[in-house]
Design a protein around this ligand. Structure first.
Ligand SMILES: C[S@@+](CC[C@H](N)C(=O)[O-])C[C@H]1O[C@@H](n2cnc3c(N)ncnc32)[C@H](O)[C@@H]1O
Length: 208
């Protein structure tokens, strides 16, 4: 099943099922981006708008891109604010966004589904203003090495989605070769316990 179709099905339970990755990502997003000012936000893989609500509390406008119609429908049900636009877009294709549109681009739990990071960093650079910030929060590659991946429950058992492993050097290298410098890197642990494998990794890059 395609990733897009799987998210169309997952959409009904995405916000309500137990999901520690989703919940920790909300924390990593808020704790990190509380320290930044931004006005025009582009959210890549916005899904059901879990983070859009918080981003809007600080931003003038947010544009959310996602290729799952059903995930976007959930986001639209949740958020009816004229300062938000949700657009059905495949991130592997053209984003239909003006260059220099955003001073912040966020991408949470989405790059796991993207094989080649380079075109994403390249387009992110084009869409950001100078010194604009790119925030990425993803399942930690250490977790990926143990076989952890995006999945949801169905009547017929667990449905695992197609994912791609990205090493830390993949993120940092691709960012560097597409005109970004690294400002922050953080690891996020269940229950704040550093004795476990970190669940998430987050990066803050700025456009040079
Ligand atoms: C795990 S969800 C994360 C949603 C949201 N960012 C969050 O943190 O709750 C991943 C999202 O990425 C979207 N996605 C995956 N691959 C995509 C692609 N190539 N183009 C657009 N959206 C994509 C899925 O449709 C899904 O909504």
């Amino acid at each position: 099943m395609s990733i897009e179709k799987a998210y169309d099905i997952w959409a009904n339970q995405y916000d309500t099922n137990k999901n520690r990755t989703r919940d920790l990502d909300k924390r990593s997003t808020i704790e990190t981006l509380s320290n930044y000012n931004f006005e025009n936000v582009l959210e890549l893989g916005c899904g059901t708008g879990k983070n859009t609500v918080w981003l809007l509390s600080k931003a003038k406008q947010v544009v959310g891109l996602d290729f799952s119609r059903e995930m976007l429908n959930k986001a639209k049900e949740k958020i009816s604010d004229q300062r938000v636009a949700f657009k059905k877009t495949d991130l592997n294709e053209s984003w239909g966004i003006d260059n220099n549109f955003a001073d912040l681009i966020t991408c949470s739990l989405t790059l796991e589904h993207i094989d080649d990071l380079n075109p994403i960093f390249k387009k992110a650079n084009q869409k950001l203003t100078k010194n604009g910030v790119l925030f990425i929060s993803e399942l930690h590659p250490f977790k990926q090495y143990t076989g952890s991946k995006a999945q949801y429950e169905t009547d017929k058992g667990t449905k695992e989605l197609e994912v791609f492993v990205h090493h830390i050097s993949d993120y940092v290298g691709s960012a560097k070769s597409n005109g970004f410098k690294l400002l922050e890197i953080n690891e996020w642990f269940d229950n704040h316990s550093k004795k476990e494998i970190p669940r998430l990794i987050s990066f803050v890059f700025s456009k040079i």
